[in-house]
Design a protein around this ligand. Structure first.
Ligand SMILES: Cc1cc2nc3c(=O)[nH]c(=O)nc-3n(C[C@H](O)[C@H](O)[C@H](O)COP(=O)(O)OP(=O)(O)OC[C@H]3O[C@@H](n4cnc5c(N)ncnc54)[C@H](O)[C@@H]3O)c2cc1C
Length: 488
């Protein structure tokens, strides 16, 4: 176990997470007289709003997930550590993170900003994940790309009519922005990019089904925009099934329960889950150490008006991990929360901070948007609602603005031009690793667990680092030491 350079003389800020909240916090402390340690279990800053474009072959994973340490290379007061945070000790003021089986690091802090976000929720049916991956990580997006394009390939060689239809049926569960965007892109991929490329199937004959247990599409954006989005998707051939609750997911398809209580099957090869989120388990860990702090049903920390937890004025929880009335789980919530937290830290450094009398966090709602297809989006800014081409252009500009790095912005514009003006997509390669790696890793880890071998949490980046650090030492891989241990 190592201890990070804790004995620094300057105020030490530890930030957990390199998403919107974590990166905003680090950047806003650029000129502050502090040392910062940013700990994240992924090496990159993932721009989640464009994950669906990675999944459908428009953008590469590099364009939406630049390495955090390169973004922060010039900011000399930050040290970036790759590691899974396993423990936060709010009495000792330390954070313990682990990089696979290679290293455990204990990092002391004076101020802590926790921006660990959320993960996919299957509402207690985690077994669905085997057949219906979510849309939260680069791994998810690449797996989906493999599954979507793989389904067309499998349909091309199917000799049985029913099986061909099954392979050409795509089901997206969850009609929020992610589900709407993904369903629209699968339809457009089939209609434009893949048209004419197969000999025994017509990609455009595929069924794309968007279903939700709720009675509307895009519920947070209101009835009018939801209906507009629904009509546009239907015009593109997407089937919308509302009031439809998924009760089972298996290899062959899904089982759905309708409002009248009847159950039916949808035979489909490719299923995507974009129906719910569950906050990082770090939320519960924090709440348990703070008398009077609770987590909500989604595991988010019910923070104080200054985004701290009771009794710990320098432990801030921001972004998708915080529960604040009126603040949605969106990038702006995370960025504004992080900026608010670092402002309090800066005030403290200047001797101006009085935790008991801080002005409460105020969220500025800048609106929300969702694309439906090329040239078509819906947007809501304050009381204004608009849709169509103008909304789509606004969506493009806004996403470009928030994308990190000039090179990424440039290559993204080029990729968008290729796809939206032309009909090609630059990222259509798929590999068996994309499709099978998650399940193969899980299987390996389960075997190791059953054998009593210590296995760390599944973590793409740390497993990769472990594998390169000492050959077979990747998470879940047998080593002589582990085999000996397992044998007792
Ligand atoms: C598919 C998709 C589309 C979206 N589209 C939009 C959109 O169009 N507009 C919009 O405003 N919002 C959108 N969102 C929501 C937005 O991305 C989130 O609200 C935002 O990312 C939250 O930021 P965050 O910093 O709280 O968490 P995240 O960005 O999720 O970052 C969490 C970070 O914490 C790290 N982490 C987690 N656990 C640990 C641990 N134990 N140890 C170390 N590190 C850890 C992760 O690696 C990650 O770096 C979308 C989300 C998704 C999934």
């Amino acid at each position: 176990m190592s201890t990070a350079d804790a004995a620094t003389k300057r105020h030490h800020v530890v930030i957990i997470g390199s998403g919107f909240g974590g990166l905003a916090a680090a950047r806003s402390l650029k000129k502050a007289d502090v040392d910062i340690t940013l700990i994240s279990k992924t090496t990159s800053h993932l721009f989640q709003p464009l994950l669906y474009q990675c999944a459908t072959g428009i953008l590469s994973e590099g364009e939406i997930a630049p390495p955090t340490r390169l973004i922060l290379r010039k900011q000399k007061n930050v040290r970036v550590i790759l590691g899974d945070v396993e423990a936060i000790d709010m009495d000792a003021k330390t954070v313990t993170s682990r990089l696979s089986n290679i290293a455990t690091t204990v990092t002391p802090y004076d101020s802590l900003v926790v921006a660990a976000g959320a993960q996919q929720s299957y509402f207690g049916n985690d077994q669905f994940a085997t057949y219906a991956p979510g849309m939260k990580t680069i791994d998810d997006a690449l797996e989906l790309r493999g599954r979507i394009l793989g389904a067309f390939e499998a349909a091309e060689v199917a000799t049985d009519h029913a099986e061909r239809e099954r392979r050409l049926t795509f089901v997206v569960v969850g009609a929020g922005p992610t589900g709407v965007e993904l369903a629209g892109q699968i339809a457009e991929l089939a209609d434009r990019t893949l048209a004419g490329a197969f000999r025994t199937i017509e990609p455009n004959d595929c069924r794309v089904i968007l279903l939700d247990a709720a009675p509307a599409v895009l519920p947070p954006m209101g009835e009018k925009l939801g209906l507009k989005a629904q009509q546009r998707l239907e015009k593109m051939g997407v089937e919308i099934q509302l009031n439809a609750m998924v009760t089972n997911v298996d290899y062959k398809g899904i089982t759905v329960k309708d409002k009248d209580g009847s159950e039916r099957r949808i035979e489909c090869a490719c299923k995507v889950w974009s129906a719910g989120v569950q906050a990082s388990p770090l939320g519960k860990m924090i709440a348990e150490q703070s008398h009077g702090t609770e987590v909500d049903r989604a595991g988010r920390v019910v923070v104080e008006p200054d985004l701290t937890v009771k009794g710990h004025p320098y432990v801030f929880v921001v972004g998708d991990l915080m529960a604040v009335k009126g603040v949605p789980g969106m990038a702006q919530g995370a960025i504004q929360g992080a900026n608010y937290a670092t402002k309090q830290i800066k005030n403290h450094l200047k001797g101006h901070d009085d935790p008991a009398n801080r002005e409460p966090f105020k969220y500025w709602d800048k609106g929300s948007m969702a694309t439906i297809s090329r040239f078509d989006a819906v947007a809501q800014v304050g009381k204004f609602e608009f849709s169509g081409f103008i909304a789509w252009v606004a969506w493009l500009v806004l996403h470009l603005y928030y994308l990190v790095g000039y090179k990424n912005r440039l290559t993204t514009v080029v990729a968008w031009g290729i796809t939206f003006i032309g009909r090609a997509r630059g990222q259509m390669a798929i590999t068996s690793q994309m499709v099978y790696a998650r399940l193969a890793l899980e299987k390996l880890q389960n075997q190791q667990r059953q054998a009593g071998v210590p296995v760390g949490p599944p973590n793409d980046a740390s497993a990769a680092v472990a594998a390169s650090a000492d050959g077979r030492a990747a998470e879940g891989m047998p080593t002589p030491e582990r085999e000996q241990q397992a044998a007792g």
